[in-house]
Design a protein. Structure first.
Length: 178
């Protein structure tokens, strides 16, 4: 049976809350690109005194499909990665935005019920670089179920990556079933 979770680990700068939600919506959907330095700096401040990033060889921002990139005009994950690296300096791995490609347009995850999120992303990514034996840190703005990051991690692992972890600006916190 195939391992359903290929993402080795994940960290977030913040819990998803109304303030962060507002900033992210403005940033992604209302042309407020000027928020990217602030958001990248906030993420960097969350990890500036941590050696957690040192175990990764490179940062790979989650890519957008070309049609979504044309519509939005920028990849929010790539902008966050650049501002994260700028603020962390030497302790930040290099950024390689072209190591992973979105191969097909998918419906936005936020429009889908939980059960459909995983299948929506099947075969949605392809590795474009030799990632064999690399420890890759995927970077995205929001992690809800982890389906996007896990699909990207699966693609990289199938291409030979040693490990794929994730760093996100914020993460949705689910209520415990207990």
């Amino acid at each position: 049976m195939e391992n359903e979770w290929d993402l080795a680990e994940s960290r977030s700068g913040f819990a998803y809350n109304e303030i962060i939600r507002h900033w992210i919506l403005q940033f992604k959907f209302f042309g407020q690109e000027h928020l990217s330095p602030l958001l990248g700096r906030l993420l960097a401040l969350s990890f500036q005194n941590s050696n957690w990033l040192e175990k990764y060889d490179t940062i790979v921002p989650i890519p957008l499909h070309p049609s979504r990139l044309r519509k939005r005009g920028f990849n929010q994950s790539l902008l966050l990665a650049h501002h994260l690296r700028k603020n962390l300096g030497k302790i930040s791995p290099d950024i390689h935005p072209h190591w992973l490609r979105r191969t097909r347009a998918t419906r936005p995850q936020t429009e889908l019920p939980l059960a459909e999120r995983k299948t929506n992303l099947e075969d949605a990514f392809s590795a474009l670089a030799d990632v064999r034996d690399k420890n890759i840190l995927l970077l995205d703005d929001v992690m809800t179920t982890g389906s996007t990051l896990n699909a990207a991690a699966r693609c990289l692992k199938e291409a030979g990556a040693a490990k794929a972890g994730a760093l996100v600006l914020c993460r949705k916190m689910w209520d415990s079933p207990n």
